[in-house]
Design a protein around this ligand. Structure first.
Ligand SMILES: *[C@@H]1O[C@H](CO)[C@@H](O)[C@H](O)[C@H]1NC(C)=O
Ligand SMILES: *[C@@H]1O[C@H](CO)[C@@H](O)[C@H](O)[C@H]1NC(C)=O
Ligand SMILES: *[C@@H]1O[C@H](CO)[C@@H](O)[C@H](O)[C@H]1NC(C)=O
Ligand SMILES: *[C@@H]1O[C@H](CO)[C@@H](O)[C@H](O)[C@H]1NC(C)=O
Ligand SMILES: *[C@@H]1O[C@H](CO)[C@@H](O)[C@H](O)[C@H]1NC(C)=O
Ligand SMILES: *[C@@H]1O[C@H](CO)[C@@H](O)[C@H](O)[C@H]1NC(C)=O
Ligand SMILES: *[C@@H]1O[C@H](CO)[C@@H](O)[C@H](O)[C@H]1NC(C)=O
Ligand SMILES: *[C@@H]1O[C@H](CO)[C@@H](O)[C@H](O)[C@H]1NC(C)=O
Ligand SMILES: *[C@@H]1O[C@H](CO)[C@@H](O)[C@H](O)[C@H]1NC(C)=O
Ligand SMILES: *[C@@H]1O[C@H](CO)[C@@H](O)[C@H](O)[C@H]1NC(C)=O
Ligand SMILES: *[C@@H]1O[C@H](CO)[C@@H](O)[C@H](O)[C@H]1NC(C)=O
Ligand SMILES: *[C@@H]1O[C@H](CO)[C@@H](O)[C@H](O)[C@H]1NC(C)=O
Length: 568
């Protein structure tokens, strides 16, 4: 017994000693088997596409799983034609794997379990999804963690025993669902995510986030159980389309995604959380030898509404200059999402040098009745400078409200089931028919999503004094429909006092997958306004009806807000 203990401690000590001694390395293998990279703590063998045999603390963390790879749009995986030392400093080794389309860098420090990685575009085609990932041993990695979900991954055997009902979604015999979309997240809020078990954890920590496409409401996949093999999957989707109308982008050569940190530990979420705090505090990384990455300035200003109120808690965004894409669909360059304070002031720091469009919109609260958005183009950001935009006046729609249901915040929050944890088929709980009475009902009586054939009716009373005289031939009121998302194919007739205002269908509205991919808060925001002719609104009880005339299971309209205002 004593002998065994001393042998074990000898082995342990020598392993520890080796760990300190072994510098980061790139070792080419023979022509068929690729390269080994790592340090004294870990190493991985990388072939022309896949990284296998990930050794860390005496265990192969990949085993029979598929391992590490990178690619775009589904199954187009990068093929490494060379690997070489890009840079060697006293602190780290930067190893670059080259494919025709991109370079993938691994920055390896001697004492760090894991590596920083970044991608540089060389010749990527127009694409919608760009990602790296690890598919890991599923006995070692049993659980997944994001900032909003932390639990065991669904069992592979459960998927096999269930019925496929749509893209990557299965129904168990008891009626419940299994889907990777339940692990989705608003990635600009994500501190760290990964897979873990009782002995090991593998994490992505992604500070900065300026290389992600989309705005504050950008959602993506994070971790899941691979449905064909049972692997534990840790995804790093840096450009993605899973919740959008269209995220197709053509990137300039030289665009960089990252660096992010891929981090290995004992499975401790607390340790990963402290590492995430450290990484976020270190961003932008001073060690990256890239003058474009290091060249940054800031943008500040104060937004005041035209009615004099400060634009408190508004969403602000630096994105593409003079773009005709929604802020969620922008994605070719670099993006910065922020929020104004209670006085409408904002200060967006560490913005890459360049020319931007500046956008602002209501995120609810005291400005929840503002339906207009603010845009200013040609915002130049220079190295080391603060671009002070000063006082910016944001014109509101300047109308008098008749009623509003729900806050304008581009999200379904406030409505029944709005903002619930990601889950498949929640919209099936919304009723087919609903009556909402202004003055009696409140937002939680309205549902976040409408899908079933039937009519949702809003009843509202007007007095003779409310209704403008009929002498003017012009429109008397405006109906604003703010949708948090829309998934085809569902048609909605909107009418007021039996006069049809519009039919919303897949031919008039582009589709986003939010509602049928477990989204409960948002898909892609749309805003529609309709004039209501003089004479349509009358003294007494009026009705506004939203009637679904055609439907598709789990698809439909996700509501943000409904606003009826006098046009003055
Ligand atoms: C290449 O290396 C691998 C692993 O070290 C070995 O199994 C294989 O036989 C080698 N192939 C050749 C052609 O030398
Ligand atoms: C990789 O790690 C394994 C397990 O610790 C070790 O046996 C092997 O020698 C390492 N490879 C290199 C090239 O250091
Ligand atoms: C892990 O993968 C294996 C191989 O596909 C599978 O048999 C097993 O059920 C998976 N384990 C879990 C917990 O899903
Ligand atoms: C998405 O955008 C790309 C490029 O801008 C365009 O070619 C494609 O037709 C669009 N797809 C949809 C569904 O709108
Ligand atoms: C940074 O990169 C440049 C070339 O891009 C090189 O000349 C310089 O030596 C590098 N600096 C360090 C500290 O490695
Ligand atoms: C958007 O702008 C691009 C380039 O500025 C142009 O090619 C494209 O046709 C525009 N698309 C729409 C829908 O206006
Ligand atoms: C702004 O947001 C904070 C935090 O959510 C909240 O406490 C505050 O009341 C909001 N202020 C306004 C004016 O909406
Ligand atoms: C930004 O857009 C404006 C039009 O709004 C255009 O005049 C200007 O040239 C653009 N700036 C750059 C640097 O592309
Ligand atoms: C929004 O509500 C505020 C009071 O909270 C009011 O002063 C303002 O006129 C309203 N603005 C619009 C555009 O309805
Ligand atoms: C809204 O109505 C529901 C149900 O009638 C009630 O439980 C809730 O307290 C109401 N909320 C507010 C803010 O009035
Ligand atoms: C919804 O209302 C219509 C019209 O009254 C009715 O025909 C239909 O059966 C109702 N649907 C449900 C599910 O109750
Ligand atoms: C406005 O005109 C309509 C139709 O001509 C009429 O029914 C309604 O009573 C009028 N309203 C007022 C306030 O005069």
């Amino acid at each position: 017994m004593r002998l065994i203990i001393s042998i074990l401690s000898f082995l342990f000590l020598s392993a520890t000693a080796l760990a300190v001694e072994i510098k980061p390395f790139l070792k080419p293998l023979n022509s068929t088997s690729g390269w080994i990279i790592g340090n004294g703590l870990w190493n991985i063998t990388i072939g022309d596409v896949y990284g296998k045999k990930l050794f860390y603390d005496g265990r192969d963390l990949i085993g029979d799983a598929v391992g590490h790879y990178s690619g775009y749009d589904g199954e187009s995986n990068f093929v490494w034609t060379s690997a070489s030392i890009y840079e060697e400093t006293p602190e780290y080794l930067d190893v670059v794997f080259s494919a025709t389309e991109i370079d993938l860098h691994w920055i390896i420090y001697p004492d760090l379990a894991g590596a920083y990685q970044y991608i540089e575009n060389k010749a990527l085609p127009t694409l919608a999804v760009l990602r790296t990932l690890f598919r890991l041993d599923n006995t070692t990695f049993t659980h997944g963690r994001t900032n909003i979900k932390d639990e065991a991954l669904p069992l592979f055997s459960d998927i096999l025993a269930s019925t496929k009902v749509q893209d990557e979604t299965w129904q168990r015999a008891d009626g419940t669902y299994i889907t990777k979309y339940d692990w989705s997240d608003f990635i600009r809020n994500l501190d760290f995510h990964g897979v873990y078990g009782s002995e090991f954890g593998s994490w992505y920590i992604r500070p900065g986030r300026d290389y992600f496409n989309g705005n504050h409401l950008k959602q993506e996949l994070t971790v899941h159980r691979e449905s064909a093999t049972g692997d534990a999957v840790e995804l790093n989707v840096v450009h993605g389309s899973h919740f959008q109308v269209n995220s197709s982008a053509t990137f300039p050569a030289g665009k960089i995604w990252g660096p992010w940190l891929w981090y290995l530990n004992s499975g401790s979420r607390d340790d990963a959380a402290s590492r995430a705090v450290q990484e976020f505090a270190s961003w932008p990384y001073s060690w990256l030898n890239d003058s474009d990455y290091q060249s940054r300035g800031s943008v500040s200003g104060r937004l005041i509404l035209s009615d004099g109120r400060p634009a408190a808690n508004a969403s602000v965004f630096l994105g593409d200059n003079s773009s005709n894409k929604s802020t969620l669909d922008q994605g070719e360059h670099y993006y910065y999402a922020g929020t104004t304070d209670s006085q409408g002031s904002f200060d967006i720091e560490d913005v890459r040098t360049g020319t931007y469009g500046f956008y602002a919109w209501s995120d609810g609260g005291s400005i929840a009745n503002v339906s207009t958005t603010f845009t200013r183009n040609d915002i130049a950001v220079q190295q080391g400078d603060e671009t002070a935009l000063g006082l910016l006046t944001w014109e509101t729609q300047a109308r008098k409200a008749i009623f509003q249901i729900g806050e304008l915040d581009h999200k379904s929050l406030g409505f029944r089931n709005g903002g619930a944890p990601y889950q498949h088929a929640l919209v099936a709980q919304s009723p087919a028919n609903l009556t909402y009475t202004i003055g009696e009902s409140n937002a939680s009586d309205w549902y976040f999503g409408q899908s079933a054939l039937g009519a949702w009716t809003v009843l509202f009373d007007l007095t003779a004094a409310d209704v403008p005289s009929n002498t003017s031939a012009s429109a008397s009121a405006v109906l604003s429909l703010s949708l948090a998302g829309y998934s085809q194919t569902v048609s909605l007739d909107v009418s007021i006092n039996s006069q049809v205002l519009t039919s919303l269908t897949s031919t008039t509205l582009p589709s986003d997958p939010g509602l049928y991919r477990s989204g409960t808060t948002a898909g892609e925001w749309r805003f529609l306004e309709f004039d209501i002719d003089a004479g349509v609104l009358t003294a007494g009880t009026n009705s506004l009806v939203f009637e679904v005339t055609r439907t598709t299971l789990w698809r439909g309209f996700m509501w943000d807000s409904i606003l009826l205002e006098w046009k003055e």
